[in-house]
Design a protein around this ligand. Structure first.
Ligand code: TYD
Ligand code: MG
Length: 397
């Protein structure tokens, strides 16, 4: 029976992390996987969950026994994937089953340090009702597996399929059962993003970036230029560049805007990657401070490469893209903009300015407009001055 003990008598266990051997995955987990923890790996079918975890399994096998439990694929299919990627499959043990009781027995026998259950939606137990695949089954089986790992110096990965629209109907019910939830996402190309949605043992703002190739997933270690659109000569009107932070790394991204006269009395904002409220607010500040009208325009905003931007440091670049779109004046080449915009039209300081300026400069942006002068960037106090400095004049309508 459980008895209380003085907290001082408990040994603080640190250094109890287990690296997966995949740097980008470890980064998202907060440095490495924590022992005695359960990690839910979500993502749409085909995105690369099995590939990632098989690669991790093969690397982690140097640290102890690894058990890969698959209810989705046959052992032969998994072997074929390992061969395709060029993994050494010697140390990875495989069990193809959907039965929870078989899985638990194998766990007790092999005592692995690294366990992968692919996927949790294929695990069932007669204890949890007659029908496999119900939320009840999902919860019961996950709870049993998580209970197993809580008592062992091991790490448990539970793979969960998530539908494209992001509704994780089934797996959502598991989020509170596990310590960490990481999600695999993609843009239009073969780039894959890994981010933590919940992490009991680290921050949730680190982004892992991979490329899916012929031989599985490989890390993109310096992704700062990943989303940059390279253009020769003049820029089209409506685009502006800003360095943003995703976790501890800078990405230089391009914001694209388009304005068209609204058909009716109602104007609308279409913006998937930047919050609509931010777009409306920045447009309102621009209208008020420069006199150019947005209140009769429909506004479209996009971000090249499909990243979502939520930092306030993008305000100035967003304003610049909107102004450029509305006036048809292109932003001068090799120019980046950084800054938060207040309702009064002032350009407010942003965090980690130095690193942003440096990232932009290293990618060839020789002119950086920023709230404070920083190693070659020029400081502007307000949106009106920024517009005048970028476009030569302030046009109004
Ligand atoms: P998979 O890991 O099976 O996805 P999930 O487990 O999330 O459903 O990845 C399947 C996709 O990845 C499939 O479309 C084939 C592609 N792929 C590659 O492009 N290169 C590779 O080396 C591997 C193993 C898969
Ligand atoms: Mg799979």
């Amino acid at each position: 029976s459980a008895r209380p003990v003085p907290l001082s008598a408990v040994e603080a266990k640190d250094g109890s992390r287990l690296p997966t051997g995949i740097g980008e995955l470890d980064r998202v987990l907060g440095g490495a996987a924590m022992k005695r923890s359960a990690i839910l790996v979500g993502g749409e079918p085909g995105i690369g969950k099995s590939t990632l975890l098989l690669q991790a399994a093969s690397l982690a096998a140097t640290r102890g026994r690894v058990l890969y439990i698959s209810g989705e694929e046959s052992a032969a299919q998994i072997r074929a994937r390992a061969d395709r990627i060029g993994l050494s499959p010697e140390r990875v043990e495989i069990l193809c089953t959907g039965r929870l009781e078989d899985a638990l027995r194998a766990l007790d026998e092999t005592k692995p340090v690294f366990v992968i259950v692919d996927s949790i939606q294929t695990v069932y137990s007669p204890e949890a009702g007659a029908v496999p695949g119900t939320v009840n089954q999902l919860k019961y089986c996950s709870h049993e597996l998580v209970s197993w790992v809580k008592e062992r110096d091991a790490v448990l990965f539970l793979v969960a399929h998530v539908t494209k629209d992001g509704s994780i109907a089934g797996p959502k019910a598991l989020e509170h059962l596990v310590d960490t939830v990481i999600s695999f996402e993609r843009n239009d190309e073969d780039i894959r993003f890994l981010r933590a949605l919940k992490n009991r043992f680290g921050s949730v703002d680190e982004l892992g970036v991979f490329q899916m190739g012929e031989k599985g997933l490989s890390p993109v270690e310096d992704p700062s230029s990943l989303f940059l659109v390279r253009r020769a000569g003049e820029l089209p009107a409506g685009v502006a560049v800003v360095p943003v932070f995703e976790g501890s790394r800078v990405f230089v991204v391009e914001i694209q805007a388009l304005t068209v006269p609204a058909k009716g009395a109602m104007t609308r904002v279409f913006s998937d990657r930047v919050d609509n409220a931010r777009v409306s607010r920045v447009a309102a500040v621009l209208e008020k401070r420069t006199g150019i009208r947005f209140s009769d325009q429909d506004i479209y905003v996009n971000v090249a490469g499909g990243v979502r931007l939520s930092e306030s440091a993008i305000d100035l670049a967003l304003a610049t893209a909107l102004y450029s779109a509305r006036t048809d004046l292109a932003v001068p080449a090799h120019t980046a903009c950084i800054g938060e915009l207040s309702l009064a039209g002032e350009i407010r300081p942003v965090s980690r300015l130095k690193a942003r300026v440096k990232a932009a400069q290293s990618l060839g942006f020789t002119r950086v407009i920023a709230p404070e002068a920083e190693s070659g960037s020029s400081a502007v106090p307000g949106i009106k001055e920024a517009i005048a400095s970028l476009f030569g004049t302030v046009k109004s309508s």
